[in-house]
Design a protein around this ligand. Structure first.
Ligand code: SF4
Ligand code: SF4
Length: 451
């Protein structure tokens, strides 16, 4: 594979300059943006809002509150992209602005370290050692037709990834798995921690890992990696393979899948999808419609490109409205199942089963089932169903022990409630950032490995 350029600063400057020379500051992007009404940008003329972002990018001037609010609140919905009369891609402009702004004032320093710890802990609670290693340990270089790229955070819902692999196996795809914190796309360092050069090196390292398999295609799972590698850093490094979402590949083999979907599933489902990358939602809807017996009664599109911290959670008021609307549609249509899209969506909605009469399943569970396979157990759903964090820890202990992870009991007593009692374990990130007890601080996580 050819050498991968790693100077992300120089790349970002070049790309920014090209966008700035095309942008007229007309502010159509602000006018159509659905997050604007929910923040300080609503109180300023749109041209001022975009003007602050343009000055940040051109001169490094700190943005006023309205511009900063807009930039930081961008949920990636992409509504601004067709609205721009100059073909600039304002979503990408804001990604680059956020990267630039974070170099001066990162609101999430050390996010990667915290995230890696949380991921490691969460997959150790859900997987047997062989599967843990398959997702967490980089594969040995060997020629493979495809790489299945999971990204980092999706490891929190490993069952979805194994279900996807079951579909690839059914299609007899020759692939290797890449992902986890050792194969991050680099977005955390570049956009959240304000370290573009570090982010560039991480990206380059991951692209090298892909290249080591000389694949025809990298089949990506994570929507954030899709935006970062496929859009924000488009052209950052030369590559000899296609980078596609895994569902795009599955659609290219939809006829073969249809023939293999021999197990009818009698369900009426509402599909939850996102406007940010609408083609992925369409792919999944097409795949679901190919399953005999299954009726897709409605697809409910949410603004933003994903659920979770880098997507709809940026604007909690809008998120509450849109999630409320989704639940209303499932109830109103009498559907028996809400189908989730990405890992972030799945984590956001699995808790609904405790209060609603419908089930929450990910589309990968349905694909595996239609192929006659038993979908992987949704351990996270089981753990989420437990009210008491001590019960979660007790349930998870055998899994943790099998993976050689021993939680420090003193640290756990201090932080356990915050980590485990919060739905989708969101609180874990913050407490994982606090000073670890001496025994835990030596490792990668607040856990001690016994082997
Ligand atoms: S990015 Fe496009 S829509 Fe936004 S201000 Fe510039 S030219 Fe106008
Ligand atoms: S991607 Fe969506 S949220 Fe972000 S600036 Fe564009 S319209 Fe606004």
């Amino acid at each position: 594979m050819s050498a991968v350029a790693v100077d992300l600063d120089a790349y970002a400057r070049r790309e920014t300059d090209a966008m700035l020379s095309a942008c007229t500051g007309c502010a159509r992007c602000v006018e159509v943006c659905p997050v604007v009404p929910f923040g300080a940008a609503a109180r300023r003329p749109p041209v001022d809002v975009v003007g602050g972002v343009l000055r940040l990018l051109a001169e490094g001037e700190r943005p006023p509150a309205s511009s900063a609010d807009w930039m930081h609140g961008c949920n990636g919905c992409g509504d601004c992209i067709p609205a721009c009369p100059e073909d600039v891609n304002p979503r990408r402009l804001l990604m680059l602005a956020n990267m630039r702004d974070a170099t001066v004032d990162s609101r999430t320093p050390q996010l990667f370290r915290r995230m890696a710890r949380a991921i490691k802990l969460m997959i150790a609670m859900q997987l047997l050692p062989e599967d843990y290693a398959r997702l967490f340990t980089p594969a040995k270089p060997r020629p493979a037709q495809m790489v299945f790229y999971t990204g980092c955070n999706a490891l929190r819902t490993p069952n979805l990834l194994f279900n996807t692999m079951a579909v690839l196996d059914a299609l007899e795809v020759d692939y290797e798995v890449a992902g986890g914190p050792s194969s991050c796309c680099g977005v955390i360092a570049a956009k959240w921690e304000g370290q573009p050069q570090v982010g560039g090196r991480i990206t380059a390292n991951t692209l090298r890992r892909f290249g080591a398999h000389a694949p025809e295609k990298v089949l990506n799972w994570c929507p954030t990696c899709e935006v970062h590698l496929g859009e924000t850093l488009a052209g950052f490094a030369p590559r000899q393979y296609e980078f596609d979402h895994v569902t795009t590949y599955l659609i290219s083999r939809a006829d073969e899948l249809r023939a293999r979907f021999t197990h009818p599933i009698r369900r009426r489902v509402v599909l939850h999808a996102h406007r940010g990358m609408p083609e992925i939602g369409r792919n999944v809807e097409t795949l679901l419609r190919a399953i005999p017996g299954l009726e897709v009664v409605e697809t409910v599109l949410e603004s933003s490109y994903t659920c979770g911290g880098s997507g709809c959670s940026k604007t909690p008021e809008l998120q509450a409205h849109e999630h409320g609307h989704l639940v209303e549609r499932v109830r109103a249509t009498g559907a028996d199942t809400l189908v989730t899209l990405y890992h972030g969506c799945h984590m956001a909605f699995i808790g609904l089963e405790q209060t609603e009469s419908f089930e929450v399943l990910n589309f990968t569970e349905l694909l595996a089932q239609a192929l006659g396979q038993q979908p992987r157990e949704d351990r996270l759903k089981t753990l989420r169903g437990m009210e008491d964090w001590k019960a979660i820890v007790q349930d998870a202990q055998p899994w943790l022990q099998r993976n050689g992870v021993v939680l420090d009991s003193e640290w756990l007593e201090r932080h356990g409630a915050e980590i485990f009692a919060v739905s989708e374990f969101k609180g874990g990130l913050d407490c994982l950032a606090t000073e670890a007890p001496a025994s835990a601080a030596r490792g990668d996580t607040h856990a001690t490995h016994t082997h």
